[in-house]
Design a protein around this ligand. Sequence first.
Ligand code: FE2
Length: 207
Amino acid sequence: MEIIQNPFKYTEKELQVSKFESVRRDWLITDLNKWDDYVKSNIICKMKIDIEYDLWEEMGEIVKKLDFEYVYTRIKVAFWPTCEVSEKLKEKFKPFEEDIEKFVIIGQDGDDHVVPHCDPTRKASFYIPLTPRGEKYAPLELYHNGEGYGIPPNDGPVVYGYNTAMMHSVILDGTSRNIPRYNIQASIKMDITYQQIFQKYKEFFDV
Ligand SMILES: [Fe+2]
């Protein structure tokens, strides 16, 4: 049997998206102005919680010194350490105190993706990216209704609320690969949904 190879021809669009290390943010809606009311009330929203730059920077340094446990084989977890920086940051979450389960640091070594999943132990969380900075911080991605939403580059302290019962992931690309990645989170109690948190604390959501 003769087999004749048919040379693959890219369409213009395919060529545009076929770069080997294509940049994840190119695939996602990361412009916060394009997160509409549905996205903000059901998927992810920036919070009206101001974090001082110094605090954010110090926490970014502190997490590098901690010991972590590994969960789901590749994700590193630790509680926020007992220190002045943690206390000051916890103050910011005082209004939500009765609904917060725990304060955790989540890390990745940077050599593996966090594959798409829905969290088995919580439905909502507050999320502050720490390090690395800028584009090197691989975006948290959330998927809904044929769209992918991602957080913008990590250029300063920002708190997000997000729906951890929605499919989400962290996909590394040529910009973010092999760089340890850390964020801190305040996990919401298991029986409370993102939508409930959104309704209850609406004045803290940047809608
Ligand atoms: Fe998760």
